[in-house]
Design a protein around this ligand. Structure first.
Ligand SMILES: NC(=O)c1ccc[n+]([C@@H]2O[C@H](COP(=O)([O-])OP(=O)(O)OC[C@H]3O[C@@H](n4cnc5c(N)ncnc54)[C@H](OP(=O)(O)O)[C@@H]3O)[C@@H](O)[C@H]2O)c1
Length: 337
């Protein structure tokens, strides 16, 4: 199962910009480093992170991802694929991945191509019964929702039964996972979502759905939620803090879209407004293979079925990036290689 060719066509960018900055280009098939494997990519889930890096927006992000152009010229971080080659360290590890293993994970980029190299320790084996498209939808959005709920006391090991949770921006990738996981753990979910995603979030387990362009969050009764998760659509924190019952927590997954520093201003305001009786906590989600494995187990058990709005073939990955870039994804978008 070694790659049949030395080159491939990868969706590549040499400058920050919109989807037009990303073009199909001939590139060498990567050679895995000692701790890496080479994947034949089957499916790549797109996230808002891919288009933020594509655009270099906010500017602060460029400190980490490349000052003049993205260091990762090929976007695509949530990848499901088959191992076709292994690096020396992986081969020497008796428990390491092997050629032919079907895997999934959040990698550092390169997924919008037929082949991608990835650190083996970022990948987990894909359970039987979980197809590649479903698997590719899981890692980043599911992992962010998982970590947001854990921070809020609605984690896998928490007694979350009956907790009242308000999820703002429930219709996108992170939001739909947050609704499903919170409902699965017994919380009572109120979701704020758009017209196109209202039925989706209701089917995922939201007991109440408020339309985001119509809902007046400030008019909701004070102290009516134990948890508020802010994913999109609001950055006035005082009205949200007012909704928290004593001891409640507001988790900032997102907030603010300042061109230079993105959500930093909202995070600082959150720290200043946080009180012991109404805590405000920012989330900085990171890749956790064990969380991807947990999500994949839930999918295999039939408890978690990510909502996939649409798939695109790899040949049309530019259109998939443009769709996510427009900011109105319902659930997930997946590119099939
Ligand atoms: N803190 C972290 O570690 C972390 C990690 C991952 C992601 N994030 C952030 O989380 C946010 C969501 O990411 P994602 O990947 O889920 O994005 P996504 O899939 O692109 O989500 C887009 C969704 O947001 C909804 N939305 C936009 N404006 C809204 C509003 N005013 N009220 C309610 N919903 C609104 C859209 O609904 P409509 O089409 O109806 O407008 C759409 O369904 C992004 O800002 C991302 O940067 C943070």
């Amino acid at each position: 199962m070694t790659p049949p060719t030395a080159t491939m066509t990868a969706w590549t960018q040499h400058r920050y910009g919109g989807p037009d900055a990303v073009r199909p280009e001939t590139a060498p098939v990567p050679v895995p480093a000692p701790a890496e494997v080479l994947l034949r990519v089957q499916a790549t889930g797109l996230n808002s992170a891919d288009v933020r890096v594509m655009r270099g927006d906010p500017l602060l992000l460029r400190l980490a991802f490349g000052l003049r152009r993205p260091r990762t010229a090929v976007q695509g971080r949530d990848v499901a694929g088959t191992v076709v080659a292994v690096g020396a360290d992986v081969a020497a590890d008796p428990a390491g991945l092997r050629i032919g293993d079907d895997v999934v994970g959040e990698i550092t980029g390169g997924g919008l191509a037929p082949y991608a190299a990835a650190r083996a320790d970022r990948l987990v084996r894909r359970p039987a019964g979980v197809d590649a498209v479903t698997a590719a939808a899981l890692p980043m959005a599911g992992g962010t929702a998982w970590q947001a709920l854990a921070l809020a006391g609605v984690g896998a090991d928490d007694d979350a039964a009956g907790k009242r949770i308000l999820i703002l921006g429930a219709g996108g990738g992170v939001g739909t996972f947050a609704v499903r996981l919170a409902a699965l753990r017994g919380a009572t979910v109120t979701a704020v979502a758009g017209d196109r995603s209202a039925d989706v979030v209701a089917n995922l387990g939201a007991g109440t759905v408020l339309r985001h362009r119509a809902a007046d969050i400030g008019a909701l009764p004070a102290a009516s939620f134990d948890v508020v998760v802010l994913i999109a659509g609001e950055d006035r924190l005082r009205p949200l803090r007012r909704l928290l019952a004593p001891g409640g927590i507001l988790v900032l997954v997102s907030g603010g879209a300042h061109r230079v520093w993105g959500p930093i201003g909202t995070i600082v305001r959150g720290m200043l407004l946080s009180r012991p009786a109404a805590r405000i906590r920012p989330l900085a989600a990171t890749a956790h293979p064990e969380i991807t494995a947990d999500l994949a187990r839930l999918a295999a058990a039939g408890d978690l079925a990510p909502h996939i709005e649409r798939t695109w073939p790899l040949d049309d990955a530019g259109a998939a990036l443009a769709h996510v870039d427009a900011g109105h994804t319902v659930g997930k978008v997946v590119v099939i290689a």
